[in-house]
Ligand binder design. Structure first.
Ligand code: GLU
Length: 434
C-alpha cells in the first residue's frame, strides 16, 4: 500500500513496518523524541530504544454477527517499553485505529507513566471497528476474542489494559472474565477501570477528567488566571471532556463551547453541563443542543476563550488552528492532540501547553491504585483515592514546571526530560540481555 502523504510530507521511517508522516501519530512521537534527545546527557546513547516498540502484536478478531454472517476485525496490542515495570495502557475501539497509531499511544503511555513515576512501562491496544455499528452482543464477542488473542502477552504482572476511546467498565468486565476463564482463576488485576464490585476502584471513572481539572487549576494559578469566570472551550464530550467540563463549571468557570464528532455548540454565558450531558446521552452528540447556538465544527477553533481543552483524538491542533486559537492555556486531555509544528507556533505566540503525558495522567494514576487494591484485596475510600491522585499529579506538575523554567524548554519537552531520564536510567541499570 502506498503511504499516505495527505497530512504532511513523509518522514523517514525508522521501522520497516510503518510509514509515519509529519502529521501522523508515530511521526509526532518521533519528533518529540528528537526534541528531548539533546537534553538527555549520557543517557542519549540509549535513546534509540524509545524509537522502537519492544513488542507489537497484530491479531485477527473474527466474530459471528447476530445475522449469522462472519466478520473479521484487526486488533493490536503494542508494548512500547517494559523497562520500568509491566505494560500499562488502554484499549481503543475506533474505525480509524491503525498499528502506527497504537504504537504512538503505547509510547506516550511509557512517557506518561514515567513522568508521574508510576512503576509501569507503556502499552496500548485497539481494534479497528466502529462500535456504533455493532450490537452489544457483537461487541462482547469481539472483546472476548480479542482478549483471548492478546492473552499470550497480557497479565497482572505482564501488561494491564484499561479503558480508552469507546471502551468502558463493561468492556473491562468482559476482558477480565475472558482472561480469568482462560487461566482458570479469577484475575481482577489483569485490567483496570472495571466495575466496582469486580475489583474496580472508586474514583476511576472520573480520574482522567479530575486530573486535568486539578492540574489545570494549578497551572492557572501559576499564570495568574482566575478560574472563576474563565472561558473554557472543550473538544470532545466523552468520559474526559464531560468530566472536566463539569468540574470547571462547578468551580465557576464558563464552558463557552463544546465540539464533538457530530457538531459544535456555543454559549457566551456558559453551557449548562448537566443539561448538555442529558442531551448527549439521548442524541449521541452535542449537535442541536437547545441551550446554546450551533456552530460549524471548524468554527470551534476561533472561539474566544482563555483555556482550550482538546479531549478527543490526536492530531487536532495543526499549524493552521494553532495560529487561530484565542486561548492562553491548552490542557491536553487527549493523547497527542498537538502536532510538533503547531507546538512551535503556540510557543511563539506565548500559549502555554500542559502536555498530554502529564495532563491526562490522572486516569492511569487511579488505574495504578486499582491494581494495587486488587493485589491486596483491600479497597480505599473515594476520598483517599482523590487525595492520593491530587498529590501524585501536582507533585509531578511542580517538578516538570521547574525543569521547564530552569532549562528554558516547553512543558512538553520538560515532561519528556523527566520521563525519559527515568525510562533510560532503568534501561541502563538493567542492561541488555543476553
Ligand atoms: N487510556 C488512558 C490513558 O490514555 C488510561 C490508561 C490506563 O489507565 O491504563 O491514559
Amino acid at each position: 500500500m502506498e503511504p499516505s502523504v495527505s497530512g504532511g510530507a513523509l518522514v523517514a521511517s525508522n521501522l520497516s513496518y510503518v510509514q509515519p508522516t509529519e502529521s501522523s501519530a508515530w511521526g509526532t512521537f518521533l519528533a518529540q523524541v528528537d526534541r528531548v534527545t539533546p537534553f538527555l546527557g549520557h543517557l542519549e546513547r540509549w535513546a534509540e530504544t524509545l524509537r522502537r516498540p519492544k513488542r507489537t502484536l497484530i491479531v485477527d478478531v473474527p466474530i459471528e454477527l447476530d445475522n449469522g454472517e462472519f466478520a473479521h476485525f484487526e486488533g493490536y496490542r503494542v508494548q512500547h517499553s517494559l523497562s520500568r515495570g509491566p505494560g500499562k495502557g488502554g484499549v481503543r475501539y475506533h474505525p480509524d485505529v491503525t498499528l502506527e497509531e497504537v504504537m504512538a499511544l503505547a509510547a506516550w503511555m511509557t512517557v506518561k507513566n514515567a513522568a508521574v513515576n508510576l512503576p509501569y512501562g507503556g502499552a496500548k491496544g485497539g481494534i479497528r471497528l466502529d462500535p456504533r455499528k455493532l450490537s452489544l452482543k457483537e461487541l462482547e464477542r469481539a472483546t472476548r476474542r480479542y482478549t483471548s488473542e492478546i492473552g499470550v502477552i497480557i497479565g497482572p504482572l505482564q501488561d494491564i489494559p484499561a479503558p480508552d476511546v469507546n471502551t468502558d467498565a463493561q468492556v473491562m468486565a468482559w476482558m477480565m472474565d475472558t482472561y480469568s476463564m482462560n487461566v482458570g482463576s479469577s484475575s481482577p488485576g489483569v485490567v483496570t477501570g472495571k466495575p466496582i464490585h469486580l475489583g474496580g476502584s472508586l474514583g476511576r471513572v472520573k480520574a482522567t477528567g479530575r486530573g486535568v481539572f486539578v492540574m489545570g487549576c494549578a497551572a492557572m494559578r501559576r499564570l495568574n488566571m482566575p478560574v472563576a469566570g474563565a472561558r473554557i472551550a472543550v473538544q470532545g464530550f466523552g468520559n474526559v471532556g464531560s468530566t472536566v467540563a463539569e468540574l470547571f463549571a462547578q468551580a465557576g468557570a464558563k464552558i463557552v463551547a463544546v465540539q464533538d464528532s457530530r457538531g459544535a455548540v456555543f454559549n457566551a454565558q456558559g453551557l449548562k453541563i448537566s443539561e448538555l450531558a442529558a442531551h448527549v446521552a439521548g442524541h449521541h452528540g452535542v449537535a442541536d443542543f437547545s441551550g446554546g447556538e450551533s456552530m460549524a465544527r471548524e468554527e470551534f477553533w476561533d472561539v474566544g476563550c482563555d483555556v482550550l481543552i482538546p479531549a478527543a483524538l490526536e492530531g487536532q491542533i495543526d499549524v493552521f488552528r494553532a495560529n487561530r486559537l484565542k486561548a492562553r492555556l491548552v490542557l491536553e486531555g487527549a493523547n497527542g492532540p498537538t502536532l510538533p509544528q503547531a507546538d512551535d507556533v503556540l510557543e511563539s505566540r506565548g500559549v502555554v501547553v500542559l502536555p498530554d503525558v502529564i495532563c491526562n495522567a490522572g486516569g492511569v494514576t487511579v488505574s495504578y491504585f486499582e491494581w494495587v487494591q486488587d493485589f491486596a484485596s483491600f479497597y480505599w475510600t473515594e476520598e483517599q483515592i482523590n487525595q492520593r491522585l491530587d498529590k501524585i499529579v501536582l507533585d509531578a506538575l511542580d517538578q516538570i514546571w521547574e525543569v521547564s523554567q530552569k532549562r528554558r524548554i516547553s512543558l512538553r519537552t520538560a515532561a519528556f526530560v523527566v520521563g525519559c531520564e527515568r525510562i533510560l536510567t532503568a534501561h541502563e541499570e538493567r542492561g541488555l540481555y543476553p
